[in-house]
Ligand binder design. Structure first.
Ligand code: HEC
Length: 176
């Protein structure tokens, strides 16, 4: 069993060494884009697409681009960027989740000894969207776009680890 301080250093150190992969999609950004650009024709929940399989896997953004280029009614959406389409595709693949929960779910599999037991329930406190892990007595939370870590065994403020998007990229790359 490592000491609490060592655990904190470990988490910060390991996570800080990872780079954000290209093409990571955000469910939350994708949801906003979908609501503003697609909802009017394709409905909510997004079940109106005639062929849901075009939205599966890494081809999904290209398939949306194809629809924009080939469907007269979608031509006005040509200004959406590839990043926009990646975010929309990510949302369409996981419409019922949030970026924070994807990040936490990934963290539980990447750091099972630290974030235990897995499948902790998300909750809100003081602007944090967070999960508490009763076995290890630690918290992870997101507030104002930053990811925080708090070790309940050590007095002090939550530790600001990095931008939440940074970890979201890891979650996305790992399929969450
Ligand atoms: C003005 C109406 C309209 C808007 C807005 C619109 N679409 Fe479409 N879309 C259509 C029509 C019509 C089709 C062709 C018929 C069909 O496949 O359902 C289509 C087809 C598609 C297809 C082809 C395959 C399929 O499953 O139907 C995809 C993918 C798609 N749209 C995604 C989107 C996305 C993502 C957005 C928002 C960025 C969007 N559409 C906005 C009308 C629209």
């Amino acid at each position: 069993m490592t000491t609490p301080l060592l655990r904190t250093a470990l988490l910060a150190g390991v996570l800080a060494g990872l780079a954000l992969p290209a093409g990571a999609g955000s469910v939350d950004k994708g949801r906003t884009l979908y609501l503003n650009n697609c909802l009017v024709c394709h409905g909510m929940p997004p079940d109106q697409l005639s062929n849901p399989s075009v939205l599966a896997g890494t081809d999904a953004p290209a398939n949306i681009r194809h629809a924009i280029n080939s469907q007269v009614q979608m031509r006005h959406l040509a200004t959406l960027t590839d990043t926009d389409l990646a975010n929309i595709a990510t949302f369409l693949g996981k419409p019922s989740t949030t970026d924070a929960d994807r990040t936490f779910d990934w963290g539980e599999t990447a750091y099972p000894e630290l974030l235990a037991p897995a499948k902790a329930k998300s909750a809100v406190y003081d602007g944090y969207y967070y999960r508490y892990y009763s076995t290890t007595n630690v918290y992870i939370g997101i507030k104002n776009g930053r990811l925080y870590f708090l070790d309940g065994n050590v007095p002090g403020e939550p530790l600001d680890l990095a931008p939440a998007d940074y970890y979201l990229g890891q979650a996305e790359a790992a399929g969450f």
